[in-house]
Write a protein that binds this ligand. Structure first.
Ligand code: DGY
Length: 450
């Protein structure tokens, strides 16, 4: 018989072993060029939002790697402030579509040093710098580093507000589903219905690394490629993209992360001192963005924030894990936050499920195994955990953290996980890439955060 003390000891031992494993995953994915791949094989380059979450993990045990990760990402910034979603550091041909398809060199201000995509990803860098400061043992040294890099992040936000907000609402658009990070969310199905792209001929690489049933379909890829082709025909010119792209969406997750990063920049500039003009600009963006966000993106009937299709001027009325992300950026009032959490728990929070599915489990578009169409993602859980904690929903926050850790303990550092506690199958409910960097990085941060 095992007594209580032995059990506690065993659990702590397992956590320590897992912590070591998380470090091994991150260190193995760190590359000579000073960046970390999300997962070997499937994602062989540097991805913008992955890099931010990865830097947070490094910050806990190897601060120089954390600094290098962000420095390399910011080094790939274009002359107009834009930071691309993928930086192609090598000629690795195990990923499609690669540098030759994207042709970032078409844009006159693209980086001359790195080839990249001509699209971006959620603006994580601001809040990541702030988290690095929070974690750092040597605050003075970290503030010095931040001082050297913060303006690049500020100019990235200038790029967004100057080029991605055609109606001057304080809400920026994305022009491709890959910019959202939630690549094949069922939310985009409504937009695919408005398009009829050509049938492309290409060789998929992702399905040679991962079971095709967990990845987007060939027809979905036709849509993805077609949007890029339109942007390329106009050398990734923002004005032309705003005019012509069939995909133009105000995404609650993307905008929430921008607002969270704005706030982080304000607080960091205050710590640094001076920079009054930048703080003033950031405060102006904040008040406008938060007001528009609450007015335009909240759907009172659904009790959640939703995406807005700017091209077709209509709300896309589905509940996703992105619907709750405004909690992370302090956007809803306390009353509205209660409504959000009720919606989350009613629809996503059953005892038979892990928090938090990426798409409404009560919808017929929900698929618990497929990429962003239902599975749990650790980066979303990390943001929701912090948001819930910040609003005082201690119990739900604790469950969000507990579920995230349990999924990793049971199944490993996968890219995404089945939200069903009982899948009725014997095989593992961890999907996509294994030894996935941000799952390891955010596990490290979660176990270090009360
Ligand atoms: C992919 O290839 O699925 C990537 O996530 C795009 O960013």
């Amino acid at each position: 018989m095992v007594d209580y003390c032995q059990c506690v000891f065993f659990t702590q031992f397992m956590k320590q072993e897992l912590y070591k494993k998380a470090i091994t995953v991150l260190d193995a994915n760190f590359q000579e060029g000073g960046f970390t791949i999300p997962s070997a094989g499937l994602y062989p380059f540097q991805w913008k939002w992955d890099s931010g979450f990865i830097a947070l993990g490094f910050a806990h045990y190897d601060v120089e790697k954390a600094k290098t990760e962000m420095r390399t990402l910011l080094d790939a910034q274009w002359g107009n402030g834009f930071i691309p979603h993928i930086v192609f550091h090598t000629d690795n041909d195990s990923y499609f579509p690669g540098a030759d398809f994207h042709q970032s060199e078409l844009h006159p201000l693209s980086s001359k040093k790195y080839r990249s995509t001509g699209m971006t990803q959620p603006p994580v860098s601001g809040f990541v710098l702030q988290e690095m400061y929070r974690i750092a043992a040597d605050k003075e040294d970290m503030l010095k580093y931040i001082k050297e890099h913060i303006d690049k992040v500020f100019y990235n936000h200038v790029y967004f507000y100057e080029n991605r907000d055609p109606q001057d609402e304080g809400l920026v658009y994305i022009y491709h589903n890959w910019e959202s990070g939630t690549d094949n969310s069922p939310v985009w199905d409504d937009i695919w219905k408005t398009m009829n792209p050509p049938e492309y001929t290409f060789v998929r690489k992702d399905t040679t690394h991962v079971d095709a049933s967990q990845r987007p379909t060939k027809r979905e890829y036709d849509h993805y490629l077609y949007i890029i082709d339109i942007a390329k025909q106009h050398n990734y010119d923002d004005v032309k993209i705003a005019e012509l792209s069939p995909f133009l969406v105000q995404d609650p997750l993307f905008n929430a992360m921008l607002i969270k990063s704005n706030q982080a920049l304000i607080e960091l500039y205050e710590l640094i001192g001076g920079n009054e003009d930048k703080i003033k600009t950031l405060l102006q963006w904040q008040s406008k963005s938060i007001a528009s966000f609450n007015e335009k993106l909240f759907d009172a009937e659904l009790g959640a924030y939703v995406h807005y299709d700017l091209r077709n001027e209509k709300a896309i009325r589905h509940i996703t894990s992105s619907s709750f992300s405004p909690l992370f950026a302090n956007i809803p009032s306390p009353e509205r936050a209660k409504v959000l959490v009720k919606t989350m728990m009613d629809k996503f929070g059953g005892a038979d499920k892990y928090l938090c599915a990426s798409f409404d489990p009560t919808s017929d578009r929900f698929n618990p195994k497929k990429y962003w169409r239902g599975p749990v993602w650790i980066n979303m859980n990390w943001m929701l955990f912090l948001g819930l904690k910040n609003y005082g929903f201690a119990d739900v926050a604790a469950r969000m953290k507990h579920d995230s850790i349990e999924l990793i303990e049971k199944y490993g550092f996968y890219e995404y996980f089945d939200c069903r506690k009982d899948t009725g199958e014997e095989n593992t409910p961890g999907y996509g890439g294994n030894n996935f960097s941000w799952s390891a990085a955010l596990f490290i941060d979660l176990v270090n955060t009360d």
